[in-house]
Design a binder for this molecule. Structure first.
Ligand code: ZN
Length: 154
C-alpha cells in the first residue's frame, strides 16, 4: 500500500489522527461535513469547514471536551481495505477520484469514525495527546479551526 505522506518533515501522525476525530466531532455536533481543506503540521494545524457562522466560546469548549474524551478513551485506529462497492455502503467516496483503484483504504477509529484515507496514523487515540483549539475564524461561509496537541493526558 502506498501511503501518501504530505510534507514529510512537518507531518505528524498524531496531529493527523486528531484531525479525523475533530472532523467526526464537527459532523456529529453541527452536521456540517468534514473539513474540505486542512493543513496538518506538527506544531499547529488548521481545518476549514463550510459553515454558517463562527463558533461560540461554549461550542469551542464542547468540541475540545468531546475530542479529548475520544482521545482518552484509547480507541484503536485501524485500517480496513474494502472493495469500492462495499466501501461505498459505509462511507462517502465523493472525494476519491473514480480511477483510484478497486479497493479503498478506510481508517476506523473504534466505533467513532470511519474515513477513507491514505495517510499515516497513531495506533490508538491515546497516543495523540491533549487537543486544544487555538482560535477560530469565520469569513465567506468558511469556518477555520486552528488547533494543537500537547502532552499526553494522564
Ligand atoms: Zn488519515
Amino acid at each position: 500500500m502506498n501511503e501518501v505522506v504530505p510534507n514529510r518533515k512537518e507531518y505528524d501522525p498524531e496531529m493527523h489522527s486528531a484531525e479525523h476525530i475533530l472532523n467526526q466531532t464537527m459532523v456529529r455536533m453541527f452536521d456540517c461535513g468534514r473539513a474540505f481543506s486542512a493543513h496538518i503540521e506538527k506544531k499547529k494545524s488548521k481545518c476549514d469547514y463550510h459553515f454558517e457562522r463562527d463558533l461560540t466560546a461554549e461550542e469551542i469548549v464542547a468540541i475540545e471536551h468531546r475530542v479529548n474524551e475520544i482521545i482518552t478513551s484509547g480507541l484503536p485506529i485501524q485500517e480496513k481495505i474494502l472493495g469500492r462497492e462495499e466501501a461505498r455502503n459505509i462511507v462517502s467516496l465523493a472525494r476519491l477520484p473514480e480511477d483510484s483503484g478497486d479497493t479503498v483504504r478506510i481508517i476506523v477509529i473504534g466505533d467513532y469514525d470511519l474515513c477513507p484515507c491514505s495517510g499515516v496514523h497513531a495506533r490508538t487515540t491515546s497516543e495523540i495527546g491533549g487537543f486544544k483549539i487555538i482560535s477560530t475564524d469565520y469569513a465567506n461561509n468558511i469556518l477555520r479551526i486552528r488547533f494543537k496537541i500537547h502532552q499526553v493526558l494522564s
